[in-house]
Ligand binder design. Structure first.
Ligand code: BF8
Length: 653
C-alpha cells in the first residue's frame, strides 16, 4: 500500500482540503484514499498488456537488458502493435463518448425543429444559417423551421454516413484538408470510423502500428471535426452561443438555507431543463413550504461548464470534488447523466440524505433513484427531478452540514465568435487584432490547456503552475473542461489575472478587458479551439495551416479516454500536444518515439509527455518560438518594448 499523503499535499484547492479533513473525520472514503491504497498496474499503464483475446492477457513489459529479445504476445504481436492497439482503443472509446453525446443532441434538435418536443427551440438563428451554408442548403428560400429540420437531418446522417467526407472538414484550412486527403485521414462517417478502429484492433487484424495510428487519427478527427463539433454547434443553436458571463465557482456556492441540486455529467439536454424549471413558481413555493428559501442549482464536471457559459449558473467543482460536494451534507439531489460519474458517489450519498438521480438509460447505478429523462416531456421530467430534490430537503441532518466558504468569481463564455467580436469590435469583428498582436510579439503565442484532474497528481496544481508560467511568457491561454474550473477556483478567469502576465499580454488584457485565460466551455467545446485556430489561419499573416501557428496544446492532468481522442485530433489537426500525469504508450519505446517524433514530418503535429509543469511550459514555449522563427516573426518579438506610443496604438485597435 502506498503511503498516505498529508491532505495539504493532495490538493492546492482550499475547499477540497477543508472537505477532505471532514471526510477523514467522518470515515468517508474518497478517490484520494483509493489512490493511496492502490497503485496503477505498471504494465497496463504503459500500454504493455494485451487483453484483446482469450489466450491472454499477454504482458509484454519492455526488455530490461540491452540486446535482450523483445517479448511478443502469444499470437506474435509485437510490443509496438500491442501498444498502438491499446492507444487506438482509447481513441475509439473517447470518440464514441463525445459522438454519442453529439448524436443525442442531434436527435433532440431534429425533434425540436419538427415541433415534436416542447421546451427546446432555436436561440441562435445566425449559427443555424451558418450550418445551412456548411451543408449547402438553400438558406435563402427556406423558412427557419424548414432549415432547422434539414440541418437536423443532415447532422443525424453524419453519424451513419458510409462514404465521402464529414461536412465540417471543409471548415479547416485548405492545406490541412489536402493533408488529410493525402494521408487518408479524412473521416467518412462518425460511427464507421469507430467501428473500423475497433475491428482493426481485434486480434489478428491490423498489425502495423503506423497504419493503426492513422486509423486512430481518422477516428479522432471524426470526433473533433464531427461528433463533438455537432454537439457544440447544435447546443449553441438550441441554447444560445455563449457570450461572456460572470459566475461563481467552488464548494462555497452551496447554500445552507436553500434546496441544493447538483447537475453532474456532460449533456446539457438535462441540465438546461433542470435550470429552467428550478425557477418554476410552483416548485419555489413547494420549497418554501419545506422551509427552504429557494432552489440553488449548481454544476459539476463538464455539464457545469455548459450551463455556466449560457446562464451564469454556479459551478460547485471539478471531477475530484464530486464525493466532497456530497460530504457537505447540503446536497439534496445530485442529478447525473453520462461520463465522469464515479460509482462511489452512491456510497458517499448513503452517509447523508442525498439522492443520486440517474437520468440516462445508458448510465444506471445500483442504489440510485432513476428518473429517466424523456425529451418528449422534458419539462415535466425536469419538474419531477426538481420536486424529488425539494421533497428531500426536510431529510437533511443539520448537524452534518459543512459547507466550506471558499468560492471565487470568474468570467466565462468565450466562444470563438465572441473572441472575434471582443477583439475586433462590433463593427469590424475579426481576428486581425489578435493576429497583429501575435505578429508584433505582444502575444508570443496561443496555448490550449484543457482536460481533467487526475487523482495520481496533486489536484489542480499542475494546471495552475503551467498556466501561470505561460502567462508570464505572454502566451494567451484558451481553456475548457476541468482545467477551466481549476483556473476559475484560482482566480485566473478574471481580468485582474493580468497581473500574472508578461507586459505584452497584460497590456492586451487591460485594454480589451478580458482575462488572460479564456474559458471556452466543456470538453466537447474543444472544437471551439479548432475553430479559433482556423480563424487565425484564415485571417492571414501566420501561415497557411494550423501547424504553422505559434501555438501548442496541453492536458496536464488528463485521465479520461476522451482526452486521448481529443489529443489525437489536435495532433492530426497539426498541433504540438503535450500530456502530463501519465502516458499510455511508454512501455514501447519504438511506438512512443513514433508518436513523439515520427508523426510531425507527415502531419505537422505531434504528441509529447512531460510531468513537470515548468518543463511543460518550457517545451510549449520552445515550440511556439520555433514556429515564430519559421514565420519570420521572431525578430518582431525582440523589438517589443511597451512604451506609451504602443499602448496608445493598442487602445486604438
Ligand atoms: O469532458 S472528462 S474529468 S475534463 S468532466 Fe472533467 Fe471528466 Fe475530464 Fe471534461 Ni469531461
Amino acid at each position: 500500500m502506498a503511503k498516505k499523503e498529508k491532505i495539504e499535499n493532495l490538493t492546492c484547492c482550499e475547499a477540497t482540503q477543508h472537505m477532505l479533513k471532514i471526510a477523514e473525520k467522518q470515515g468517508i472514503e474518497t478517490v484520494f484514499d483509493r489512490a493511496a491504497a492502490m497503485r496503477p498496474c505498471p504494465i497496463g499503464a504503459d500500454g504493455s498488456c494485451c487483453k484483446n483475446c482469450g489466450m491472454g492477457p499477454c504482458r509484454v513489459p519492455p526488455s530490461k537488458k540491452e540486446g535482450e529479445p523483445a517479448k511478443v504476445g502469444l499470437c506474435g504481436a509485437t510490443h509496438e502493435t500491442i501498444t498502438a492497439r491499446n492507444f487506438a482503443r482509447m481513441v475509439a472509446a473517447g470518440t464514441a463518448a463525445h459522438s454519442d453525446h453529439g448524436r443525442g443532441v442531434a436527435g433532440v434538435f431534429l425533434l425540436a425543429a419538427q415541433g415534436k418536443i416542447p421546451g427546446y427551440g432555436i436561440k441562435d438563428e445566425q449559427k443555424l444559417l451558418q450550418l445551412g451554408l456548411d451543408f449547402d442548403l438553400d438558406v435563402e428560400n427556406l423558412s427557419i423551421k424548414e432549415l432547422a429540420i434539414q440541418v437536423g437531418e443532415k447532422c443525424v446522417a453524419q453519424f451513419g454516413q458510409q462514404e465521402g467526407e464529414l461536412v465540417f472538414l471543409k471548415r479547416a484550412p485548405l492545406k490541412r484538408q489536402e493533408l488529410w486527403r493525402k494521408y487518408k485521414l479524412a473521416p467518412r462517417g462518425i460511427d464507421r470510423e469507430v467501428v473500423e478502429l475497433m475491428h482493426r484492433t481485434h486480434m489478428g487484424v491490423d498489425q502495423d502500428y503506423k497504419n493503426i495510428t492513422a486509423q486512430a487519427a481518422r477516428c479522432a478527427l471524426a470526433d473533433g471535426w464531427g461528433g463533438a463539433m455537432i454537439a457544440t454547434e447544435l447546443q449553441d443553436i438550441m441554447f444560445g452561443t455563449p457570450v461572456p458571463v460572470t459566475g461563481n465557482i467552488n464548494l462555497g456556492v452551496l447554500k445552507a438555507d436553500e434546496v441544493n441540486i447538483i447537475v453532474h455529467g456532460h449533456e446539457p439536454l438535462v441540465s438546461e431543463m433542470v435550470v429552467v424549471v428550478s425557477q418554476d413558481p410552483e416548485l419555489l413555493e413547494l420549497a418554501k413550504t419545506k422551509g427552504a428559501k429557494g432552489i440553488n442549482v449548481a454544476g459539476m464536471c463538464c455539464t457545469a461548464n455548459e450551463i455556466l457559459m449560457r446562464h451564469g449558473v454556479p459551478i460547485v467543482g471539478n471531477f475530484l470534488q464530486q464525493e466532497l460536494a456530497i460530504t457537505t451534507g447540503a446536497v439534496d439531489a445530485m442529478v447525473v447523466d453520462v461520463q465522469c460519474i464515479m460509482q462511489a458517489i452512491q456510497k458517499t450519498a448513503e452517509n447523508f440524505h442525498t439522492k443520486i438521480i440517474t437520468t440516462s438509460p445508458k448510465a444506471m447505478m445500483e442504489g440510485a433513484t432513476h428518473i429517466e429523462f424523456d425529451e418528449h416531456d422534458a419539462i415535466s421530467t425536469a419538474q419531477n427531478i426538481v420536486r424529488a430534490a425539494v421533497e428531500n430537503y426536510t431529510q437533511r441532518d443539520k448537524a452534518k452540514i459543512n459547507i466550506p466558504t471558499a468560492k471565487a468569481e470568474m468570467v466565462a463564455g468565450f466562444s470563438h465568435e465572441t473572441i472575434n467580436y471582443l477583439l475586433g469590435g462590433t463593427f469590424r469583428s475579426s481576428y486581425k487584432p489578435l493576429n497583429d498582436n501575435i505578429i508584433n510579439g505582444r502575444i508570443r503565442g496561443i496555448a490550449g490547456v484543457v482536460g481533467c484532474n487526475n487523482a495520481r497528481d496533486k489536484d489542480d496544481e499542475t494546471h495552475l503552475i503551467l498556466i501561470k508560467e505561460l502567462l508570464k511568457n505572454d502566451v494567451i491561454v484558451l481553456t475548457t473542461g476541468c482545467v477551466a474550473m481549476a483556473c476559475g477556483k484560482a482566480g485566473l478567469l478574471t481580468p485582474e489575472a493580468a497581473k500574472y502576465c508578461g507586459p505584452g499580454l497584460a497590456s492586451i488584457c487591460e485594454t480589451v478587458g478580458i482575462p488572460p485565460v479564456l474559458h471556452m466551455g466543456a470538453c466537447v467545446d474543444n472544437t471551439r479551439i479548432l475553430m479559433a485556430a482556423t480563424a487565425v489561419v484564415k485571417e492571414g499573416g501566420l501561415g497557411d495551416d494550423i501547424s504553422e501557428l505559434p501555438a501548442a496544446g496541453a492536458a496536464p492532468g488528463w485521465m479520461s479516454e476522451k482526452a486521448i481522442a481529443i489529443g489525437h485530433y489536435f495532433v492530426a489537426s497539426g498541433v504540438y500536444t503535450l500530456f502530463g500525469s501519465t502516458f499510455p504508450t511508454l512501455g514501447s519505446k519504438k511506438y512512443t518515439d513514433y508518436l513523439f517524433n515520427g508523426l510531425e514530418e507527415e502531419w505537422g503535429g505531434k504528441w509529447d509527455f512531460e510531468q513537470d509543469p515548468l518543463k511543460m511550459a518550457e517545451k510549449m514555449i520552445a515550440h511556439i518560438d520555433k514556429k515564430r522563427e519559421a514565420l519570420g516573426i521572431d525578430k518582431a518579438r525582440e523589438r517589443v518594448l511597451m512604451d506609451m506610443e504602443m499602448r496608445r496604438d493598442l487602445e486604438a485597435v
